[in-house]
Design a protein around this ligand. Structure first.
Ligand SMILES: [Zn+2]
Length: 252
């Protein structure tokens, strides 16, 4: 028997009675867990098998497959499942994790990032764009895909206006932006010193302090668009849940 914490990031039917769960564990990485008999009324693990619930789980490991034996819910993040916008954003986070985390890897920092972001979403402690920006940039950092935040890639200067070359993940001062013959549209975007500071903060601060900064609302939506493009370039793919998040957000 193995005891581990886990967040359910996906589930589908296992016949009439149970669920196949996709669980992110800090100790085991992303694992498949079979939760049989959990659709019955009053089933013992009915709270822990909810989408995005965070629980301590006791798992049987039989022939390389995990079976849920018992559980103790820690955080159920109830409000996420009540709000389609929050649910769609959390589903996007789940897709990013499904694509980047594998079984049998320790994923403590990514687990903690996800749990903290789900908490912030569920409690509506911050705006969705703010949480999205933090999740995207910090996930890239934890995956070893941090952009070159020191300053201009050519001279290390930081000026009041910088240019972020999203595909290469580098920043440039005006002089070197012009010298490289880049244009300020498309894949290279102009950013302010405050925006660079926010990116540095999210990538470099400790996880405890991750949410302790302020950025004006207008800046946050720009940052959120930049971070999602950065993720898309680093992971070289689109995530359908993100389109759904925007279609839902547009109606609200
Ligand atoms: Zn420079």
């Amino acid at each position: 028997m193995i005891t581990t914490d886990g967040v359910v990031i996906g589930k589908h039917d296992q016949g009439d009675n149970g669920w196949y769960l996709k669980v992110l564990s800090p100790d085991l990485g992303l694992i498949d867990v079979s939760a049989r008999g959990q659709k019955k009324q009053g089933a013992s693990n009915s709270a822990a098998v909810q989408l995005f619930a965070c629980s301590t789980m006791c798992l049987n490991d039989r022939g390389g497959r995990y079976y849920l034996d018992s559980s103790r819910p820690k955080m159920l993040f109830y409000h996420i499942r009540e709000d389609v916008q929050l649910l769609s954003l959390a589903s996007y986070f789940a897709q990013l994790i499904s694509f980047t985390v594998t079984e049998n890897q320790t994923a403590r920092d990514i687990y903690r990032l996800l749990a903290n972001c789900l908490y912030m979403l569920s409690e509506r402690s911050a705006g969705a764009e703010f949480i999205k920006f933090i999740f995207e940039m910090r996930l890239c950092t934890e995956l070893g895909m941090i952009p070159g935040l020191l300053g201009c890639a050519d001279c290390y200067k930081t000026e009041s206006t910088m240019y972020f070359d999203i595909p290469d993940g580098i920043f440039l001062c005006r002089e070197h932006f012009l010298e490289r013959g880049l244009s300020g549209s498309g894949d290279t975007v102009e950013i302010t010193a405050g925006m660079l500071e926010a990116m540095r903060y999210v990538c470099l601060s400790s996880q405890e302090k991750l949410f302790c900064f302020n950025t004006p609302h207008s800046t946050m939506s720009t940052l959120s668009r930049i971070s999602e493009r950065y993720v898309r370039y680093r992971l070289e793919r689109d995530f359908p849940a993100l389109d759904f998040y925007y279609s839902v957000s547009a109606k609200q």
